[in-house]
Design a protein around this ligand. Structure first.
Ligand code: ATP
Ligand code: MG
Length: 412
């Protein structure tokens, strides 16, 4: 006889709309397998939304990036709406500002609620479709049979959390069947499901009484929480989850404000709006260089597309004259008639500084805080680069020496 789960299968499905990447996962109560996107390349897709002129969804994720780049060279681009990094609009919205607006790539405003609603509805459909495609059940899956989880940053205000709840409801998520979960809490649940080597002992799940800190450094926020494992897989919070705005996109912003200081706001804006394909190439190039940058990198070469040429044309000045005159000229090298910029290791490191200080400050606070009670036994990092920053900056040696540290996700 089929058990109740094969007949009425409860499913838990989670959606993580990140500042830069979005992903989902689901599992059936009847087995322990966790399902993610069928296609490995779609495990996490860029959080980008392309809307038709009538504000209906045209594409999401990688598809949106490609389609937008395709319409960019046509007159169509003016009437479409393209949003990337839109989660940033909820980091610090004005209190009481119920109508948060966000600007698309060309500066056209739209209600943030509408954009989040479209993104969430798309992810919901994708998951429902995925469940169907896998043909796990003979009978179609009913929406009510799913417990939905939507992750949100720990540092979000009540306003932003309510906003997300609102967006979910308008996207068709039934409120009694939808839970918002803090991003580091989700990472914490993942830690507990893993086998981890503790100080040279055999690998195993973290045991009762184990206290650990977990840091998720994303594209927008740094989210940290500290837990102690109780019995039956339950946990207790050792510290209140904390966080800051200081994720990977802060590094990008530092780089782009450096370009503005160097070339001037007007020229930079002309470059950005005049040749969006080249601007997108520049975004990608910086992303690559940022991700592979390390203390042994000698010099970073960035292709600025037509920016140098545009500057020379507009300002009637050579790059050497500009660099001589500029306060920031000693930080870079450029050659006349070339499109590249050469950044020293030191200059590149400066773009990381804001984010780095935010990670160190928050980690120190939580480590010190936990020391007042009972010290944590281990520290876990969700992203590879948070881990690298912490290790490189001597934090590991000074503050968390002797702890087991782990990197949880296979990100670069
Ligand atoms: N090796 C690296 N060095 C520096 N930054 C990196 C590296 N690898 C990834 N990043 C940055 O990490 C960010 C993506 O991290 P992640 O996928 O955790 O963010 P997210 O989940 O989209 O954002 P959030 O959780 O803050 O909303 C991007 O800004 C990316 O540029
Ligand atoms: Mg994230």
């Amino acid at each position: 006889m089929a058990d109740k789960y094969t007949k009425e299968p409860p499913v838990i499905a989670a959606i993580d709309i990140g500042t830069t990447f979005t992903g989902y996962a689901f599992k059936f109560a009847s087995n322990d397998t966790i399902y993610c996107a069928v296609n490995q390349t779609e495990l996490r897709v860029p959080t980008c939304v392309l809307l038709n002129p009538d504000k209906t969804l045209r594409a999401f994720g990688k598809d949106a990036v490609e389609k937008y780049e395709a319409v960019m060279s046509s007159a169509e681009q003016k009437s479409h709406f393209y949003f990337r990094n839109f989660k940033m609009s909820l980091y610090k919205p004005e209190s009481g500002d119920v109508k948060v607006k966000i600007s698309d790539e060309r500066g056209k405003d739209m209600d943030a609620l509408e954009v989040f609603k479209i993104a969430l509805a798309h992810m919901k459909n994708k998951i429902l479709q995925d469940i169907k495609t896998r043909r796990y059940f003979d009978t179609p899956m009913m929406d009510e049979e799913i417990q939905w989880i939507i992750t949100v940053p720990a540092m979000w205000s009540d306003f932003s959390r309510n906003f997300m709840r609102h967006a979910a409801e308008s996207a068709g998520f039934v409120s009694e069947k939808t839970r918002l979960v803090l991003e580091p809490e989700a990472a914490s649940a993942f830690v507990r499901s893993q086998k981890i080597v503790i100080k040279g002992n055999a690998s195993g799940a973290l045991e009762k009484g184990h206290r650990y800190i977990i840091a998720d450094l994303g594209g927008g926020t740094i989210d940290i929480c500290a837990h102690e494992i109780l019995d039956k897989g339950r946990v207790i919070e050792i510290n209140r989850p904390c966080g800051d705005y200081g994720g990977g996109t802060v590094i990008d912003q530092e780089f782009f404000s450096f370009l503005v200081k160097l070339f001037g706001g007007e020229v930079f804006e002309m470059f950005k709006t005049g040749n969006r394909l080249k601007f997108f190439d520049l975004l990608r190039d910086f992303e690559n260089k940022k991700s592979t940058f390390s203390k042994s990198t000698d010099e970073v070469v960035i292709d600025l597309g037509g920016l140098i040429h545009l500057y020379q044309q507009k300002e009637k000045e050579s790059t050497s004259e500009m660099l001589e005159r500029s306060l920031y000229g000693n930080k870079v090298r450029m050659h006349e008639n070339k499109t590249h910029m050469y950044l020293s290791n030191r200059t590149m490191k400066e773009f990381f500084e804001k984010s780095r200080s935010a990670i160190i400050k928050n980690m120190k606070e939580i480590v010190e805080e936990s020391k007042k009670k009972e010290q944590a036994h281990s520290v876990h990092f969700v992203s590879w680069w948070a881990f690298r920053i912490a290790l490189h900056k001597g934090m590991y040696q000074r503050r968390i020496r002797g702890k087991t540290t782990s990197r949880l996700c296979g990100r670069r």
